[in-house]
Structure formats: structure tokens, C-alpha cells
Design a protein around this ligand. Structure first.
Ligand code: SF4
Ligand code: SF4
Length: 94
């Protein structure tokens, strides 16, 4: 399973994700993201686009190895974390 460290930043930066257009509050934050708990309020029924492992399985397994796909996703996570200057303990190491 993708080693998400639950920083919550992907859910606050969905403006460029076309599959989540309807979820965007207008500032890039998902309407289902709870700022207080830093978590998704529809976690069990969240769309596939929010699931790294599911997306690998249904869309990217012909294009990348799982490790490559994880590395690409981790880079997005880590870059976001750098931008927000959150604690280094959240960084993902693949
Ligand atoms: S940005 Fe990455 S590490 Fe942070 S919550 Fe999203 S998937 Fe997890
Ligand atoms: S549906 Fe949940 S997991 Fe997906 S972007 Fe919104 S808050 Fe994040």
C-alpha cells in the first residue's frame, strides 16, 4: 500500500484534478476535507482518483512498475510538503 503519511495536503490542492472539479470549494480545498481533523469525511466512499493503489491498478500498471508509480506520487507529496514547509517527518521515502 502507498505509504501516505496523512499530511492532508493533496486534499487541499485539488484545483488541477479534473475528476474532482465538483469537489473544489473554489480555493483548491476539497469540500469533503475536514480541516479540524485533517482527514477525509467520506474516506470509505472517496472516488478512485483519491486512491493511489486503485489508480495504479485500473490505469497505470501498464505504464509503470508499482515502485515507479509510488515514487512519482511521493514526489508530488514531498514537493507539496516542501512548499508548505511542514515537518520533515511527513516526507515519504520510497
Ligand atoms: S499529500 Fe501525499 S502524504 Fe499527504 S495526505 Fe496526500 S497522499 Fe498522503
Ligand atoms: S474526497 Fe476525500 S480523499 Fe478525496 S480529495 Fe476530497 S477529502 Fe481528499
Amino acid at each position: 500500500m502507498f505509504p501516505c503519511t496523512e499530511c492532508g495536503l493533496c486534499c487541499q490542492n485539488i484545483a488541477t484534478v479534473k475528476e474532482l472539479k465538483e469537489f473544489d470549494l473554489g480555493n483548491g480545498v476539497c469540500k469533503f476535507f475536514d480541516m479540524k481533523t485533517n482527514s477525509c469525511t467520506i474516506y470509505d466512499s472517496r472516488p478512485d482518483i483519491c486512491k493511489v493503489d486503485k489508480m495504479f491498478e485500473i490505469k497505470y500498471s501498464n505504464e509503470f512498475s508499482k515502485k515507479e508509480f509510488y515514487k512519482l506520487n511521493a514526489k508530488v507529496c514531498n514537493d507539496l510538503q516542501e512548499d508548505y514547509q511542514i515537518d520533515r517527518s511527513y516526507r515519504i521515502k520510497i
